[in-house]
Design a protein around this ligand. Structure first.
Ligand SMILES: [Zn+2]
Length: 192
């Protein structure tokens, strides 16, 4: 994605290729391409304006984050400092935990943020450090590009919108199948 003259570049997280827009900024961890991150921000604004704060908001945020694990090479290239780089690695199991609770434990969406917070505090308290998770080899069925493409042009009902976001989150969780057992272990180890 770096070097050479190109009008397109590919998001290292979701793998979608975008037209380069130099006016856009990177997210603080530099895990998503600015063009991808821009669509994510637009989607959340649209969602909040249209439906208010949905119970599945956190799930959308975490599924998006789960599709964007850090890429050290890009982070170093962009001058992301060591603390932020470490934080981005440490956050990945936390995002996946949210998806685990939704799709394996069938936890109500309203409860998930609090449960995730509880586990996160125990992880911090015990000074548990995670290794970098290898991103899935399986392609994501739905990415932010697909979601925004549908949402911006179609006036979906609340039910249709919810269905689409749940599918996005669940398929993202499925793609991470190699870490399902690991995330379950993280949960059981740190829930109390
Ligand atoms: Zn992306």
């Amino acid at each position: 994605m770096f070097g050479g003259i190109s009008t397109k570049r590919t998001c290292s997280g979701c793998g979608v290729t975008y037209f380069w827009n130099q006016d856009l900024e990177w997210d603080p961890f530099a895990v998503a391409l600015p063009e991808c991150f821009d669509e994510y921000k637009k989607l959340l604004v649209y969602q909040d304006n249209r439906f208010g704060v949905l119970p599945l908001r956190r799930l959308v945020v975490d599924a998006y984050a789960a599709q964007h694990p850090p890429c050290l090479e890009i982070q170093i290239f962009l001058g992301i400092n060591r603390d932020l780089r470490a934080e981005s690695v440490q956050n990945m199991p936390i995002y996946l935990l949210s998806l685990f609770l939704a799709f394996e434990k069938n936890m109500e969406h309203e409860r998930i943020p609090l449960e995730v917070q509880n586990v996160k505090l125990n992880i911090i308290r015990r000074k548990t450090e995670f290794l970098d998770l290898k991103k899935p080899t399986m392609k994501y069925e739905l990415c932010m590009y697909d979601l925004w493409d549908i949402v911006k042009d179609t006036r979906l009902s609340r039910e249709e919108y919810t269905y689409l976001m749940l599918r996005f989150a669940e398929k993202t969780w499925d793609s991470w199948y190699e870490y399902h057992a690991f995330i379950k272990k993280v949960y059981l180890t740190h829930k109390n």
